[in-house]
Ligand binder design. Structure first.
Ligand code: BJW
Length: 229
């Protein structure tokens, strides 16, 4: 069967855990302007506004009401039971894949639970929401940490490893992503180019729908447990 699988996840996989997506109805971008909260320029103009945006999401994620759902759990089980190589590349900054048990995981758009030194790029675990007291321990003078997330115009994390995995995979599955943000939206092209089978799991026909060979329409939490069986 398959020897190498790459799974790309987006906000839709965490929607059923109660986290808002970006571009759906009631998504985060209905309430916030992308250029204000998801660009380096927005952060430079108003760091408190951007920290507030991430702090609200941090509080929800760590507030005790958000848990991994059946889709996260199914992927973690696949990792344990699959004989070949599996890499989950997530665009999500939540930690629901880790909580479900996934270990071969790459957060290409960063992690909500971490802050980053803007000078050295070293990351630090955040035990509470952001504030001016969060400074690095790697520089003198200590630098104020910024959210460890990838904004528009910034380079996503781990692209070399992702590229290698896509070049050599025989199955690529994209789950709960609108396919509107690059480079992640282009991963299906790379996988197709290398002869992999490509599968879209989504509630709707997303932006890159026509590039996928197989389509599984519905909730990720219903489809993934069946797919992994
Ligand atoms: C369900 C479900 C359920 C719901 N079950 N499904 C012109 C052309 C091409 C590219 C560009 C361009 N101009 C600029 C660019 C580049 C730019 C870009 O792509 N812009 C587009 C807007 C066009 N990209 C960048 O700048 C990136 N960097 C970059 O390109 O660097 C240079 C480079 C050069 C060469 C090679 C490589 C790189 C950086 C992008 C950073 C994105 N950052 C954000 C915010 C930070 C993190 C955070 O705050 O959380 O990341 S934006 C936001 O979108 C977030 C997400 O990770 C990302 C993707 O969103 P996602 O996950 O797809 O969510 P939604 O809401 O869009 O979709 C949810 C889906 O789930 C829907 O389809 C639902 O139907 C589905 N769904 N419930 C199954 N239960």
């Amino acid at each position: 069967m398959y020897r190498q699988i790459v799974v790309l996840t987006g906000a839709g996989i965490s929607a059923e855990s109660g986290l808002r997506t970006f571009r759906d109805q009631d998504g985060l971008w209905e309430e916030h302007k992308i250029e204000d909260v998801a660009t380096p320029e927005g952060y430079a103009a108003d760091p408190e506004l951007v920290e507030g945006f991430y702090n609200n999401r941090w509080k929800q994620l760590h507030g005790g009401d958000v848990e991994p759902n059946k889709a996260h759990t199914a992927l973690a089980r696949l990792e344990q039971e699959f004989d070949g190589d599996l890499l989950v590349v997530t665009q999500n900054i939540d930690d629901l894949h880790e909580r479900a048990g996934s270990r071969r995981l790459l957060h290409m758009h960063g992690e909500l639970s971490k802050g980053r030194c803007p000078r050295s790029r070293q990351t630090f675990l955040l035990r509470d929401p952001f504030g001016p007291e969060h400074t690095c321990t790697c520089c003198i003078p200590a630098q104020r940490l910024r959210p460890h997330v990838v904004w528009f115009g910034e380079m996503p994390i781990g692209l070399d490893r992702i590229q290698h995995a896509l070049d050599t995979c025989d199955l690529f599955i994209a789950i709960g992503t609108s396919g509107s943000v690059y480079p992640a939206a282009g991963f299906v092209d790379t996988a197709n180019h290398h002869g992999a089978q490509t599968v879209e799991v989504n509630l709707v026909e997303a932006d890159r729908h026509s590039q996928f060979q197989y389509h599984l329409q519905g909730k990720a939490s219903a489809i993934l447990p069946e797919l992994v069986e």
